[in-house]
Write a protein that binds this ligand. Sequence first.
Ligand SMILES: C[S@@+](CC[C@H](N)C(=O)[O-])C[C@H]1O[C@@H](n2cnc3c(N)ncnc32)[C@H](O)[C@@H]1O
Ligand code: SF4
Ligand code: SF4
Length: 331
Amino acid sequence: MNILNLFKPKKSYMCPLLNNHLHFTSRDTLEPCCSANIGPALVSELSKKNSVKEFIKAKKHYIEIFKSGKIPAECKNCVHITEYKKQSDFRINKITLNHYTQCNCACIYCTQGNRNFEKIKEDENKPVLYDVLKFINELYDNNLIDREKLYIDFQGGNISCLKNHQEIIDTFLNRGAGTIYIPTNNIIYMPVIEKLLAEKKGELCTALDSGCSETYLKIKQVDKFDKSVENLKKYIEKAGADSIIIKYIIVNGYNDNMDEIVKFMNLMIEIGIKIIVLDIDYRDIIDKSFTIPKHYYEIASYVKKTCFEHNMDFGMPPYTKSVMEKGYSEK
Ligand SMILES: C[S@@+](CC[C@H](N)C(=O)[O-])C[C@H]1O[C@@H](n2cnc3c(N)ncnc32)[C@H](O)[C@@H]1O
Ligand code: SF4
Ligand code: SF4
């Protein structure tokens, strides 16, 4: 060991997500993040707990580990780790709701497990794992939430299948929140989404992934392309298109061809969509070495060019963008 190292100031770390985010998982845990890493469980068996005390204690514990220059095993190699910077605001400014998995379709790529028709049926009457409102109300009561900035992300299964979604949204609206982000398959029209869009409190994101009902059926396993498009048109008519994001996840062997993407983009232009996000099926690029096929670049440049010509925003999630730039993903 170099003796001089003993006199070097020790490096300290931190994680901005650990400091200010909260993720209600479907593993019955409360975790700081929803990153590609699993991250530490701040509270396990959440359904059996009835106070936020354990969460506060665990959060402090992990913040201290980072501060002391160590990296918790669950966070190893995580891209979110940064050098320590003094921070005084540890209130929650992002909540991800992932405590339900119920859904009314069965996307073949779904990260919520291998979905099929039996699973859709089985899910119908399954209760949610735990009551998030109990915790959320306690967080508000203890001034642990940044009421102005708070960004809520409804991940989970599909919001239309979450029985008390209205009560959850009302709690956030009444107690203070910034933006409510709702990814949904859009099969069911929801007046609450229309209201959030109209009041500029919400964002809607739908992965349509196709330009026609045949491809949609192959990917989502339900014949609801027309319904989803009809609902999009209705939201736009009632509340405008400014906060509606449409995603196209490139799924190998299903929709990775120019014919499909042209049909999709023509439809987006026709109905007045303003924001397009292109993604790649995570099953291909996470935890796996995958060389991006040449035609993915052709699809991406076509979408980018078409968006530019039609004054639409074009985006790609950061991880996908970096994999596209490198040309491959690593194990
Ligand atoms: C599990 S879904 C839940 C929300 C909602 N049911 C939906 O699909 O929009 C959360 C997000 O993960 C995305 N997603 C799920 N599996 C994916 C995959 N294999 N690759 C890329 N995105 C995926 C969905 O498109 C959606 O935006
Ligand atoms: S370092 Fe990564 S895995 Fe750990 S809490 Fe932060 S985001 Fe989550
Ligand atoms: S709509 Fe969302 S939750 Fe449902 S199967 Fe598709 S990705 Fe999964």
